[in-house]
Design a protein. Structure first.
Length: 313
């Protein structure tokens, strides 16, 4: 079937590709993220056989097939039929497609990937099937289980981002920490989640570093600040932006861009709101007031504006 709008773009990355319905398209994993997930699994678990549960039309299956012989399981016939076609079109070797309720599957593999249905669900106990039950069932096998994006990261969570947005949050037993993975660069930032404690006064801020969403979601801002040798600004214990008095030493590829806070520039600014709600009137006021800047950050400590001095290639 033809699927319109934003959901069509992520499905059409695998060309040609068969998707049976709009619900499957909405839950579909983007190609770049599916490959990042498969790379993470293969790099840490190894092995030769993978089990892909709740496989749907096969986005994750195809990515896993670049590393493993895959057994792909789903119980919905339209998705099974689409998966068979997509596997023939894209898999480099045979993918075994199995029609079965994943909670009844008694199949062996070196690694397990599961992407349970989660449309409109925020609680991992309410996905279909429950992510909590999948995690417990496969606790002894290297696994990665996708959970709703609203789930708060904890040790054993991997957050994947692409194109400036958090795209996937997964539970795994392949790390005892929490990891942020930036799909475009294959960069991984790993540590124990915590909030930064050091503060830099707003008037001392000259350079502002915009973090990848996966880093912020995983509460690894402190780790990024440590690697970049910069400071977060902190208000009431809440980190707002990473900042520096001196040009940052960009030795890691976890940032989207850095702006210099100054008074030069021209044209309408890009407004970035960090933890502050802005109504249309306020946005218009900011654009008028700071029109000579390239970018404006609105934070809990006030407004920071600047010129772009570095962009990731």
């Amino acid at each position: 079937m033809e699927i319109h709008g934003k959901v069509a773009k992520k499905v059409q990355e695998w060309k040609p590709f068969v998707c049976p319905d709009i619900r499957a398209a909405r839950e579909f994993t983007r190609e770049i993220v599916a490959k990042a997930k498969a790379d993470f699994l293969a790099g840490r678990a190894g092995g030769s056989e993978a089990l892909d549960l709740c496989a749907g039309p096969g986005g994750d299956t195809l990515a896993l097939a670049e590393h493993y012989d895959v057994k792909a399981v789903d119980r919905e016939v339209p998705r099974i039929e689409a998966l068979k076609i997509n596997a023939r079109l894209h898999a480099g070797h045979a993918v075994e497609v199995i029609e079965l309720d994943v909670m009844e599957a008694e199949l062996d593999a070196d690694v397990v990937h599961a992407d349970p249905g989660r449309s409109g669900v925020k609680d991992p106990r309410r996905t279909e099937p429950p992510a909590t039950e999948l995690r417990d069932r496969f606790s002894e096998v290297p696994h990665m289980i996708e959970v709703p994006p609203a789930v708060k990261p904890r040790p054993g969570t991997v957050v994947f981002s692409a194109t400036g947005e958090v795209r996937s949050v997964c539970w795994t037993n392949l790390t005892e920490k929490v990891a942020a993975v930036i799909a475009e660069t294959s960069a991984v930032l790993e540590g124990l989640p915590r909030k930064p404690t050091e503060a830099l006064e707003p008037e001392e801020v000259r350079y502002v570093i915009e973090q990848d969403p996966a880093v912020r979601k995983a509460n690894l801002s402190w780790k990024l600040a440590e690697e970049l040798n910069v400071h977060p600004t902190v208000v009431a214990g809440e980190e707002t932006v990473l900042a520096s008095e001196d040009p940052p030493d960009l030795t890691v590829d976890h940032v989207i861009r850095v702006v210099e806070v100054g008074e030069e520039g021209n044209g309408p600014p890009t407004i970035r709101s960090l933890g502050v709600k802005l109504n249309p009137r306020r946005l218009a006021e900011l654009r008028k007031t700071y029109k000579e800047y390239d970018i404006v950050y609105v934070t809990k400590v006030g407004v920071l504006a600047g010129k772009v001095i570095y962009e990731r290639e």
